[in-house]
Write a protein that binds this ligand. Structure first.
Ligand code: PBG
Length: 326
């Protein structure tokens, strides 16, 4: 054949392939989500998330030495509370000296260079298992935002670098920004969970936190997977309200939404590679059905290609080890 163009020439060797690669992964891209629980000496593996555990604070601080040594620069901490600490108003979320807030301070004291992102939503502390205050089966927006502001300020006081509202209430980014600034936390960042979908892929996470909703679902606040224009609106509001970074969650089934937000806004877009995405790869790999390591790297790279600057992923440690090896 007389071909002027033979695209395969750019794939002929590893040297050429890596030279013309359009995207790459770096350990700097990762935020590692971690779970803290009460007590001491605990490391409880989450059944649906092989390789991921709930740690008590003492063992978490030891685990973090490994995380930091791998070059990971940011973690996102989530708390696991017993039912006895939960109530309708998530009171535990903003009281002083609680497990979560103490953990943030202890991590910051031991690893001052490590950035810590928090989670702002009522579900880990809510006896209803919802992200907001429930009244007559409805989630109250404005009353919930007041609780979220208290939570955010308490987390900032405890040493958080990035506040991560994952609740999807309307108007919470502006309210939290104002609350943080009023307390002198102008330097604390906000990562807005802007396009957070009502997804089946959060199942393993709810196992980890024992935070599944006690009734109904989260469809009156989390987004319909059918929509992408709505993601633009949510992101526009969050950017306008003062978000420093915006997020798409889940990531893998929503790569188009990552691209859409990255094309339309001039702040970093984060992809949340959620628990169900992690569990799917682990389950298939543990059955010998796919090459887990290759599938992991391909999945993460696809998020970069779609336009994500940052990836929140349970694979952070494993992927960092692969990148450090290469
Ligand atoms: C709750 C929250 C959820 C996740 C992060 N924050 C679950 C939910 O909305 O029910 C899910 C993360 C994951 O699945 O990895 N505010």
């Amino acid at each position: 054949m007389n071909l002027l163009h033979r695209p395969r020439r750019n794939r002929k060797s590893e040297a050429i392939r890596s030279m013309v690669a359009e995207n790459s992964l770096s350990v700097n891209d990762f935020i590692f989500p971690m779970f803290v629980t009460g007590g001491t000496g605990k490391k409880e593996e989450i059944k649906s998330m092989p390789g991921i555990s709930r740690f008590s604070l003492d063992t978490l601080l030891i685990e973090l030495e490994e995380v930091v040594a791998l070059g990971i620069k940011c973690i996102c901490l989530f708390p696991n509370y017993p039912e006895s600490k939960k109530d309708k108003y998530a009171t535990e979320s903003h009281q002083e000296g609680t497990l979560y807030l103490e953990s943030l301070s202890a991590i910051k004291a031991k690893f001052p260079e490590l950035a810590i992102m928090t989670d702002v939503a009522m579900d880990p502390y809510s006896s209803d298992g919802h992200d907001g205050i429930v009244e007559d089966g409805k989630i109250l927006n404005d009353e919930t935002v007041e609780v979220l502001c208290k939570m955010a300020v308490a987390q900032a006081k405890a040493g958080a670098d990035i506040i991560g509202p994952s609740d999807m209430m309307d108007g919470r980014i502006e309210a939290i920004r104002i609350a943080l600034d009023a307390e002198g936390f102008q330097d604390v960042s906000i990562m807005a969970y802007s396009a957070k979908y009502a997804s089946a892929f959060y199942g393993p996470f709810r196992d980890a936190l024992e935070s599944a909703p006690k009734f109904g679902d989260k469809k009156t606040y989390q987004m319909n997977p059918a929509n992408s224009k709505e993601a633009l609106l949510e992101a526009e509001l969050d950017v306008y309200e003062g978000a420093d970074m915006i997020m798409v969650k889940p990531a893998f089934s929503y790569l188009d939404v990552i691209k859409l937000l990255n094309d339309n806004f001039n702040i970093p877009v984060t992809a949340y590679n959620v628990s169900g995405e992690y569990a799917m790869i682990k389950a298939a790999a543990n059955n010998g059905w796919i090459d887990g390591e290759k599938a992991m790297m391909e999945m993460l790279l696809s998020m970069k290609r779609a336009g994500a600057s940052v990836i929140l992923t349970y694979f952070a440690k494993e992927a960092a080890a692969v990148l450090n090896r290469n």
